[in-house]
Design a protein around this ligand. Structure first.
Ligand code: NAP
Ligand code: NAG
Length: 367
């Protein structure tokens, strides 16, 4: 839809901004090329590797981003999930836990705000997966989006993660059958014939059982019903290494709680970088250690200086490291603030310098 409106100051200045951005990206590309060359010579730490691959992704994905300023001063981002994956620029994943009857409306609001990646689970105890299906369909028809513009991630939750009175599969069936039934339920709930990302909610009691589930997951990929696989709540790096080594189809995602109690998964995130696994964080804003960091005066000052809130600065920190935070906001204001941040990344703004990233790591206690 093309909206014709009289030229305003805002539009003129946004034209200048586009020109400026074009010049800036040429300069940036030159800097990045030199930097990539230099850094390929130097011995690199895992952290710089993340930054290099992130910048590489940004460099490869040239082209303007269709983001417009809306009446309330927030950006309206209409970039498909596929485009965001292709350019390798950072984004946020909308989380749908604990939304019960509000799930459909909130998912629709999130898509209206510009979220294109959605995380859910076939776990009625915490997620209303059918509400997610209703919400994305509603938004897609209103926004003119195709299924392929949206990225749907769901999970298989084993019996010990389910409410005993509301298990979405036959608990007496063999494990393999439980996985198939759960997956079938997810397709129905989400009103789709494929899942972009299927995640195992937690490792099972033994690695053998985890691998049994993984085998079934792999069959879904072979059948063209799933695009990629992932694992969640795996806090032991040896387990991730074992899974990676034994899997035919390698994990593409690790979704973990990001906080001090697990030393911020430093070792795991190194392995993720080395193996090309995307690290997705939850508890990013709510973990006590993270709340404390966001409350520090240095954190707050840096946020203000960059036109961010302490919360969006936390997301910016994660995204600058190439990670994908889950964002389960129920507030339309926060959704818009968060999409403003995604827009800045999609427009290839380098929000944080390496020194600033190090400062924030220091406040979190990551060394
Ligand atoms: N794999 C697992 O085992 C697992 C476990 C837990 C969660 N998850 C996933 O992770 C998602 C996120 O959960 P979470 O535990 O990280 O917490 P969350 O649900 O994202 O909670 C974020 C909290 O921060 C507040 N907030 C303040 N400023 C915000 C801003 N700018 N943007 C967003 N929130 C802001 C929110 O309040 P407002 O609502 O007022 O914005 C909310 O209270 C879940 O929905 C779920 O999909 C997965
Ligand atoms: C958003 O983008 C899609 C293509 O990804 C397009 O079909 C649709 O018309 C756009 N919607 C708006 C509101 O600009």
């Amino acid at each position: 839809m093309v909206r014709v409106a009289p030229s305003t100051k805002k539009q003129r200045s946004s034209k200048q901004l586009i020109q400026l951005t074009a010049v800036a990206s040429v300069v940036l590309m030159a800097i990045v090329s030199v930097w990539l060359f230099a850094s390929s010579l130097a011995s690199r730490t895992e952290t710089t590797k993340t930054r290099a691959s992130l910048l590489k992704g940004m460099r490869e994905g040239a082209g303007a981003t269709p983001a417009k300023a809306s009446q309330d001063g927030h950006t309206v981002l209409n970039v498909s999930a596929t485009q965001m994956i292709q350019t390798g620029r950072p984004y946020l994943l909308y989380g749908t836990a604990w939304k019960a009857d509000e799930t459909a409306a909130l998912v629709s609001q999130a898509l209206h705000a510009g979220f294109r990646f959605i995380d859910t689970a076939c776990q009625p105890k915490h997620y209303n997966e059918a509400g997610v299906g209703e919400g994305w369909n509603d938004a897609a028809s209103k926004l003119g989006l195709q299924r392929s513009d949206i990225f749907l991630q769901t999970k298989f939750t084993s019996i010990n993660g389910q409410d005993p009175n509301n298990i979405p599969y036959d608990k007496t069936a063999p494990l393999e059958e439980q996985v198939k039934q759960s997956f079938q339920k997810s397709l129905e709930n989400l009103r789709t014939d494929y899942i972009d990302s299927l995640v195992l909610h937690s490792p099972l009691k033994t690695m053998d059982d985890t691998l049994r589930v993984w085998k079934v997951f792999e069959s879904f990929v072979s059948d063209g019903k799933v695009r990629q696989l992932g694992i969640s709540n795996m806090y032991n790096y040896r387990d991730l290494r074992t899974l990676y080594q034994k899997a035919t189809i390698k994990p593409a995602v690790l979704q973990n709680r990001f906080h001090d109690q697990t030393k911020y998964d430093v070792k795991l995130r190194e392995i993720c970088n080395a193996y090309g696994i995307k690290y997705q964080s939850f508890w990013t804003l709510t973990a006590p250690s993270n709340r404390k960091a966001m409350g520090s005066s240095t954190w707050k000052a840096m946020a203000e200086e960059k036109g961010l809130t302490p919360q969006t600065l936390m997301y910016a920190y994660m995204m600058s490291l190439g990670h994908t935070p889950l964002d389960g906001s129920k507030s339309v204001t926060h959704m818009k603030e968060d999409i403003d941040l995604v827009t800045r990344f999609q427009n290839q703004e380098q929000l944080l310098s390496d020194a600033e990233i190090d400062t924030l790591s220091g406040i979190l206690g990551i060394h």
